[in-house]
Write a protein that binds this ligand. Structure first.
Ligand code: GLU
Length: 451
């Protein structure tokens, strides 16, 4: 069994989605079940509705699960097993107050030593503290495991000191609930972020003390780096799955990129389904993976090319398949749904209003200045074209015929003709070849050149 175990404490991070995708692929490849476990042990930090949001996002990315568990439903089992560990002497009540531990931490810092919990402290404050926690006795032996990505990882005997498994309110800690539930649901391959490497020996120790001997496999995924080569944090937009979607990246392109980054794949552009054929978790590079926005944009364009024109039109908020065809031409210069939508919406914008808006907002962009430079010609040419549309149906005309008529009637030449023409047809003074766009634009000329 494989599992994805998100905490419902915040927005889904791109790194978490990557872990979900890899676990899902492995489950499919091994023909094993895939468990979605909502890790709601941190009751103070849980956010109402985040569980549903996670499920919605996973579905959007094509990830489905066979089994759904809320960790809090198992709290009675966790407590029962903690009591079992106390009864066999592997766990004990610790009455230390936060203040006491803080002081010990300070003292260790002054001695320039790593803080280690000392089991002899457990009952020092028993008389004054009625709310003990439960700790699992630390390991006296070295703990090691082989990680599919990182190789062998060892922890010295003193590295895992006695740690909390039940908090003072009887709620299990992440490590305890996680290890117990991995055991209860027969999870035997764990793929998660490398920030959990230090938790792995604790979870292994819990299994050992529960006499659970199943061999677990681990793959800890290297962290993601931002454009500047620093660890991607909440401040980096690309760390948020929702931000990527809101920016107009397609789910299939995001999945493609998260499988491709820091990996050796047989090709660059593929679907989640394709990757089931060849994905190999051991090929993920040990080094942190750089999040490369340009690569994601490239993949987004590639996946737009694969979408049929009708579906693309609907994604953009239009009904007619030819709008999808138009959008594909704009892939030369637009990479995201939002960028493409901006182009298409400008084509259908009322050009008189658009011209006024540009003037009023006094934008200093070159594009705006260039438009305003031809304001008089735009107004003239608009009248000419409106007249042409009254007297003739141009829906089957060649671009050259249309262009030459407009040029002749308006008596405008060169830049003074072409820039206004492009603006009236597309809302911009630069862009793809008008002759490429015209076979589609001609179907909608009355909607496009309106005043
Ligand atoms: N709830 C943990 C997280 O979101 C899960 C870690 C794990 O997969 O064990 O980071």
């Amino acid at each position: 069994m494989l599992r994805f175990a998100p905490s419902p404490t915040g927005d889904m991070h791109t790194g978490n989605l990557r872990a979900a995708i890899f676990n899902y692929i492995l489950a499919k490849q091994k023909n094993e079940k895939f468990l979605l476990r909502i890790e709601d042990t941190d009751t103070a930090r849980n956010i109402e509705g985040k569980d549903k949001e996670i499920m919605f996002l996973l579905n959007l990315f094509g990830i489905t699960w066979d089994n759904l568990v809320y960790q809090s439903d198992n709290f009675p089992r966790h407590r029962q097993l903690a009591e079992y560990l106390i009864s066999k002497g592997d766990a004990f009540y610790c009455y230390c107050t936060k203040e006491f531990l803080e002081q010990k931490r300070e003292e260790a810092k002054e001695r320039r030593e790593a803080f280690r919990y000392d089991d002899s402290w457990a009952e020092l404050e028993k008389a004054s503290n009625p709310k003990p926690v439960v700790r699992l006795r630390g390991s006296k032996e070295e703990i090691k495991f082989v990680d599919c990505i990182k190789g062998e990882i060892q922890f010295a005997p003193n590295e895992v000191d006695s740690f909390v498994i039940l908090k003072e309110d009887g709620i299990p800690t992440y490590n305890f609930a996680c290890a117990v539930d991995d055991m209860l649901y027969d999870v035997d391959f764990i793929v998660r972020g490398e920030d959990h490497v230090s938790n792995t020996p604790k979870q292994m120790l819990i299994h050992k003390d529960l006499n659970y001997n199943k061999e677990m496999k681990f793959a800890h995924l290297p962290i993601l780096l931002n454009d500047e080569g620093k660890k991607m944090s909440k401040r980096d937009n690309a760390s948020s799955v929702q931000w990527l979607l809101d920016s107009g990246f397609l789910p299939q392109a995001i999945v493609n990129y998260l499988i491709l980054m820091g990996n050796k794949t047989p090709c660059e552009v593929f679907t989640l389904q394709d990757s089931l054929e060849w994905f190999d978790i051991c090929k993920i590079a040990k080094a942190p993976a750089h999040f490369d926005m340009d690569k994601l944009k490239f993949l987004n364009r590639e996946h737009f090319k694969r979408i049929n024109e009708q579906d693309l039109a609907v994604l953009l908020g239009y009904k007619d398949a030819s709008i999808g065809a138009l959008a594909k031409i704009y892939l030369q210069e637009a990479s995201t749904l939002n960028e493409i939508r901006e182009k298409i919406d400008k084509i259908f914008a009322n050009k008189t209003l658009l011209l006024n808006q540009i003037q009023e907002s006094a934008q200093s962009e070159i594009q705006s200045n260039e438009i305003l430079e031809f304001k008089a010609e735009i107004i003239d040419l608009q009248k000419v074209i409106l007249g042409m549309l009254e007297s003739q149906d141009w829906a089957k005309s060649e671009f050259n015929t249309f262009k030459e008529s407009a040029m002749q009637i308006s008596a405008l030449k060169g830049k003074k003709f072409f820039k206004p023409l492009r603006f009236l047809l597309t809302g911009f003074v630069n862009g793809p070849e008008l002759s490429d766009l015209f076979p589609i634009l001609r179907l909608f000329l009355k909607d496009i050149v309106r005043s």
